[in-house]
Design a protein. Structure first.
Length: 252
C-alpha cells in the first residue's frame, strides 16, 4: 500500500523536475529615467459657465502683438479707449459699460486707481505675461474679491512662473526697436532661493517720440505736419516671490 502511494507521488511531482524556465534574454535592458511634463492650465471656454476668452504668450508672439491694449482689442465685446497717442491713458469697456465697471486682476490681485477709478492697462508689460483672460460676468472661481464679483467683467493678467527644476537661475534679455524712435530693452532674472522659494526680478524701459506725420485737409489746401506731445518715456520694475508650499499649495 505504501509503495502504491509512493509511486503515485513520484509520477505526480516528477514532471515538475523537467520543466525548464524561460531562457535569459540576450538583449541588455536599460532603465529610462523619470520624465516630468509640466504645463499651464489654460482657461476653457467650453467648461466655463460664462463667456471666457484667453490669449497665451505663444498666441501673443505668433500674432505680433506689441502691447496689452492691442491684445485686449482681439477680445469680443470689448472696446479699448485710447486717450492720446503712444503713451496715452488706455482703458477697457465691456459691452458698453464704463471702465470703472471692469476689474483688472494682476495675478489675482485687483488693481485700483483711487484718483479716477479707471485702470490704465498700458502700464503693464507684455513680455512677462503668461495668459490674458477676459471673463464676462461671474466666473467659476469663487476665491475672488467682492469688487470683481460685482463688476460686469474682469481682465485677469497672469505672469510667467519661473521653471527652475533643472537649474538654479534663469536670465532673459531682449531689445525691441521700431519707428518713431521706439526703443524698448527688457531684462529678466530668476534665482532659486531654496527648494520651495524662487525670487524673480524684471525691468524694462520704453521710449518713443511719436512724431509721426499727418495731413490736415482744409477747403483750399492740405497741410502736412508731425504729431507733438505724443512721446513716452517709462521705466518699469517688478519683484516677485514664488513659493511652492506643498504639491497643492502655491504662493505668489
Amino acid at each position: 500500500m505504501k509503495q502504491k502511494y509512493l509511486i503515485i507521488l513520484f509520477f505526480t511531482f516528477c514532471p515538475f523536475g523537467f520543466i525548464k524556465a524561460q531562457t535569459t534574454d540576450s538583449i541588455a535592458s536599460r532603465q529610462i529615467e523619470e520624465v516630468k511634463v509640466t504645463t499651464s492650465v489654460r482657461p476653457s471656454s467650453v467648461l466655463s459657465s460664462v463667456p471666457v476668452q484667453s490669449l497665451s504668450s505663444s498666441d501673443i508672439q505668433n500674432t505680433g502683438i506689441q502691447s496689452v491694449a492691442d491684445a485686449v482689442r482681439r477680445f469680443n465685446g470689448v472696446v479699448v479707449k485710447d486717450y492720446g497717442g503712444i503713451g496715452g491713458f488706455k482703458t477697457i469697456n465691456i459691452r458698453g459699460n464704463g471702465s470703472e465697471h471692469t476689474t483688472i486682476l494682476y495675478d489675482g490681485v485687483p488693481v485700483t486707481n483711487t484718483q479716477s477709478g479707471q485702470v490704465d492697462i498700458g502700464q503693464f508689460s507684455l513680455q512677462n505675461i503668461d495668459f490674458l483672460t477676459l471673463a464676462i460676468g461671474q466666473t467659476d472661481n469663487i476665491f475672488r474679491t467682492a469688487r470683481s464679483i460685482a463688476s460686469v467683467g474682469s481682465l485677469d493678467i497672469s505672469t510667467v512662473s519661473p521653471n527652475l527644476s533643472e537649474r538654479n537661475h534663469r536670465m532673459q534679455a531682449n531689445i525691441e526697436a521700431g519707428s518713431w524712435g521706439l526703443f524698448n530693452p527688457y531684462l529678466y532674472y530668476a534665482q532659486k532661493l531654496n527648494k520651495k522659494f524662487v525670487l524673480s526680478v524684471d525691468g524694462s524701459w520704453q521710449r518713443a517720440d511719436g512724431r509721426y506725420k499727418y495731413e490736415l485737409q482744409n477747403e483750399l489746401q492740405t497741410e502736412t505736419g508731425k504729431r507733438k506731445n505724443s512721446d513716452i518715456n517709462t521705466f518699469r520694475t517688478e519683484f516677485n516671490l514664488f513659493g511652492n508650499l506643498s504639491p497643492t499649495q502655491r504662493l505668489i
